[in-house]
Design a protein around this ligand. Structure first.
Ligand SMILES: *Cc1c(COP(=O)(O)O)cnc(C)c1O
Length: 392
C-alpha cells in the first residue's frame, strides 16, 4: 500500500539524532536586527552582507519596475521572457566583472547546475575541492564526466589529479571563492598557475565573494588580480547583492553556448522585473562606492579580533564569515540556544555539514551592524561561553 511510513521513520531518526530542524519564521525583513516570536534579535546568520536587502534605492527600483512591467516576466528567456532590463543587467554585470559577457539565472544554485551540466561532457574531467557547495556537486552529478575530489585547498592533491588526467578532452578545476562554513578564501593564484601548467579551465563560484571580496566587491578573481586567467566566474545576486538570482561572467562564446544548452535557462521562467531591476540598482551602488564594503571588512576584523581575544577558536576564518568552533553537535546547538536567550541569533552548524567534532556557531558580520550591536553580541558570547564551560 502506498503510504509515507518511510518518511515518518526517517524524520523520527533525525529527531533522535538531534538533527530535526523546524523552520525559523521571521516577522520582519532581512536586517541587522530581526523580529522572531515578538522579540527583536541581533541577526548574525544572514548573507545580507551589505544590508542591501532593505536598501531604499533597491526598494524604489523594485516598485518602479513592477509598475512599468508588472510582477511576472511571463515566459522563459528563450521565448518571450527576455525584457530589456534583463539584458541591461547582463551588460552591467559583464562590465562590473570585466568579462566579455554575463548570463543571468534564477539563482546561484541553478547557475552552477546549468553551467556545469552544459559545459562539461562525458569526455571531460572535473577536479573539485571537497568543500565545494552543494550546487556544484549537483551540477557535477548531472554530467557523465569523470570526477576527482581534492582535499580542501590541497594544491599537491590538485596537481596530482591534473597529472593523472592528461587523457581527457577538457579538464575543469572548480572551487568556491570563499568557503561558506569556514570563511576561508580559495588559493586562487596557485590554482590558476597549476591550471595553466596542465592546460585546464578554472571555474570559481563567488557566491560569498560577490559584493564582498575584490575592488567594489568584484570577487575573488579581482581580489587576486587574476583577470583574464579565470574562465568561468559564477556570482549570486542573492547574498551581498540583496535580491535573488545567479549569473555567470564569461567569454561571449560561452554565453552564446549556454543560451542554447543550459537547461535552467531554457526551461524555467526568467527573473521577475522587480528582481532584475533590484539587482541592477545594487550593481550600480557597488560600482559607485566601496564604502559599504569597507564597513563590512572593518566590522569583520573588529569582531573576529575580539572573539579570538575572548579565547574562542575561529578556525580558518579570513572573511566576514566567522565560525566559533565548539565541538560536538549538542554542544554547538546548546551554545546557539544560549545566545538566543541573550537576544543573539547565530545558527549552529553541525555534522554532517561539518566534521562531527568541528560543530560550530557561525557568525556572519555585515556592514549594517553597529559597533554597539557587535559589542552586545561579544558580551553575550562571553556569558554564554562561560556558562557552558567553553572558555577558560
Ligand atoms: C549560496 C551559494 C550558492 C547558491 O546561491 P543562490 O543564489 O542562493 O542560489 C551557490 N554557491 C555557493 C558557494 C553558495 O554559497
Amino acid at each position: 500500500m502506498a503510504n509515507w511510513n518511510r518518511l515518518y521513520d526517517e524524520l523520527e531518526q533525525l529527531k533522535e539524532e538531534g538533527r530535526y530542524r523546524p523552520l525559523t519564521v521571521w516577522e520582519s525583513g532581512a536586517a541587522s536586527t530581526m523580529t522572531l516570536g515578538g522579540r527583536e534579535l541581533i541577526q548574525l546568520s544572514s548573507n545580507n552582507y551589505l544590508g542591501l536587502a532593505g536598501h531604499p534605492a533597491l526598494r524604489e527600483a523594485a516598485i518602479a519596475a513592477t509598475e512599468k512591467y508588472g510582477v511576472g516576466s511571463g515566459s522563459v528567456r528563450t521565448i518571450a521572457g527576455t525584457l530589456d532590463i534583463h539584458v541591461i543587467l547582463e551588460e552591467e554585470l559583464a562590465a562590473f566583472k570585466g568579462t566579455e559577457a554575463a548570463l543571468v539565472f534564477q539563482s546561484g544554485f541553478t547557475a552552477n547546475q546549468g553551467v556545469i551540466a552544459s559545459l562539461v561532457g562525458a569526455e571531460d574531467v572535473v577536479i573539485s575541492d571537497e568543500l565545494n557547495h552543494a550546487s556544484i556537486i549537483d551540477g557535477i552529478r548531472l554530467t557523465k564526466a569523470a570526477r576527482k575530489i581534492y582535499a580542501h585547498k590541497d594544491m599537491e592533491q590538485l596537481e596530482q589529479a591534473l597529472k593523472e588526467s592528461a587523457g581527457y578532452r577538457n579538464r575543469y578545476v572548480i572551487t568556491d571563492g570563499v568557503f561558506s562554513m569556514d570563511g576561508d578564501i580559495a588559493p586562487l593564484p596557485a590554482i590558476v598557475e597549476l591550471a595553466e601548467k596542465y592546460d585546464a579551465f578554472v571555474y570559481v563560484d563567488d557566491a560569498h565573494s560577490s559584493g564582498v571580496l575584490g575592488k567594489n566587491g568584484k570577487g575573488t578573481t579581482d581580489h587576486f588580480g587574476l583577470h583574464g586567467r579565470v574562465h568561468i566566474q559564477i556570482g549570486t545576486l542573492s547574498k551581498a547583492v540583496g535580491a535573488v538570482g545567479g549569473y555567470v561572467a564569461c567569454d561571449a562564446v560561452v554565453k552564446d553556448y549556454l543560451i542554447h544548452k543550459a537547461r535552467p535557462f531554457l526551461f524555467s521562467t526568467s527573473q521577475t522585473p522587480a528582481v532584475a531591476a533590484t539587482a541592477l540598482a545594487a550593481i550600480g551602488l557597488l560600482r559607485e562606492s566601496g564604502t559599504l564594503i569597507e564597513m563590512l571588512w572593518d566590522n569583520a576584523a573588529y569582531f573576529r579580533g575580539k572573539v579570538q581575544a575572548l579565547g574562542f577558536d575561529t578556525g580558518a576564518s579570513e572573511t566576514p564569515i566567522i565560525p566559533v568552533i565548539v565541538g560536538s553537535p549538542s554542544e554547538s546547538m546548546a551554545f546557539s540556544d544560549a545566545l538566543l536567550q541573550e537576544g543573539v541569533f547565530a545558527q549552529g552548524i553541525v555534522f554532517p555539514t561539518v566534521a562531527y567534532d568541528k560543530g560550530r556557531v557561525r557568525f556572519i558580520v555585515t556592514a549594517q551592524h553597529t559597533r554597539e550591536q557587535l559589542d552586545l553580541v561579544l558580551g553575550a558570547l562571553e556569558r554564554a561561553g562561560r556558562k557552558l564551560g567553553l572558555l577558560p
